[in-house]
Design a protein around this ligand. Structure first.
Ligand code: TXA
Ligand code: MG
Length: 316
């Protein structure tokens, strides 16, 4: 049995809510990527997310909430930086890691923290409001695969998801920025849609983590395993794609200013590039190429999130 793509009208939302209340899962659009949602308090439902994604149990889930009040209820403390950042950027592509309220279990992993965000997408917000549930939701793809930016991507990666609410293509197209507020200086756990510069304007200095993590070992951001966001094809990052020779069918991904005949050409603007990146990788994968050769983007901070994803997609 495969899942259905459903319009997010009142009937579609009602059907999604019924599934969530019954302890099942529903995929829904957010402004970053599509999420695979479940009642964050239901062990059964959260277990279904891990099973469908084949996600390792040590990797905890982001909990999506409708309001700052709900977020505060799920936290054991609400630091001043959480207040300021939520006021500035929620709803939006920023995930905050804070101490977890002791009554909450079920979002996977035995840690004493919780990752929270309010998504900036009308369908996600209507689903949160109608279900009256905090929704645990990782990206709606098999573990380590490319995150989905359309409803069709979800079912290609996870055909057994019963229902996908269709909200069109995700506007950011890259995951939220994850910031740890349990450290003295806020620590960037995952670069993402929201730029570091915007965060610094609110919090001051932000610590960056070391890039390397070891799979399965204790880690501050469990999800940042080395290989992630990977297409089926082998992804090769090149300083100059024109210098690289590869055997077999190859797809080339580059950007304006480094354009090349026959290549997929994305924008030279990092935000627009990010918005199209996963869809381009999905397309090249579907075309059946054995290798995706990617022109390395510039080494500036604006490209941090894109370079992070490309580096992980290329990791062995
Ligand atoms: O944009 C997004 O964040 C999307 C949409 C659906 O909201 N979600 C998403 O979820 O990307 P996921 O599960 O693919 O990535 C969540 C990241 C992982 O790196 C995970 O390890 C980290 O957040 N995370 C979750 N809970 C955490 C916690 N308590 N402490 C530290 N890191 C946490
Ligand atoms: Mg993911």
């Amino acid at each position: 049995m495969t899942g259905r793509i459903v319009q997010p009208d009142d009937a579609g939302i009602a059907e999604a809510v019924a599934l969530l209340r019954a302890g099942s899962v529903v995929a829904f659009p957010t402004e970053t990527v599509y999420g695979l949602g479940a009642d964050a308090f239901s062990h059964k439902a959260v277990g279904e997310i891990y099973r469908l994604k084949n996600r390792p149990s040590w990797n905890p889930l982001i909990v999506h909430v409708a309001t700052v009040e709900v977020a505060r209820d799920l936290a054991a403390g609400w630091p001043i930086n959480a207040d300021k950042l939520a006021a500035e950027f929620w709803p939006g592509p920023l995930t905050l890691v804070v101490r977890r309220a002791t009554h909450l279990t079920g979002v996977g992993a035995d840690n004493d923290t919780i990752a929270l965000r309010i998504p900036a997408h009308d369908v996600a917000l209507r689903l949160l409001a109608a279900s009256e549930l905090p929704l645990a939701a990782p990206s709606a793809n098999r573990s380590e695969g490319i995150s989905p930016t359309t409803a069709a991507h979800v079912l290609r990666s996870l055909p057994d998801v019963p229902l996908v609410l269709d909200g069109g293509p995700s506007s950011w197209g890259i995951e939220s920025t994850v910031l740890d507020l349990t450290t003295d200086v806020p620590t960037l756990l995952r670069p993402g849609a929201l730029a570091l510069r915007a965060l610094r304007d609110v919090t001051g200095a932000i610590a960056l983590r070391g890039a390397e993590t070891v799979d399965g070992a204790a880690r501050p951001s469990p999800g940042m395993s080395k290989r992630h966001y990977a297409p089926r094809a082998t992804l090769v990052l090149a300083k100059d794609v024109r210098d690289v020779e590869v055997d077999g069918p190859v797809g080339v991904l580059t950007y304006e200013g480094a354009a090349l005949d026959g290549a997929e050409i994305l924008s030279a603007d990092p935000r627009e590039y990010a918005a199209d990146l996963y869809a381009a990788l999905h397309r090249l994968d579907d075309a059946g190429v054995a290798t995706i050769l990617v022109q390395e983007p510039p080494q500036t901070e604006d490209w941090l999130a894109v370079r992070d994803r490309l580096g992980r997609a290329a990791a062995k």
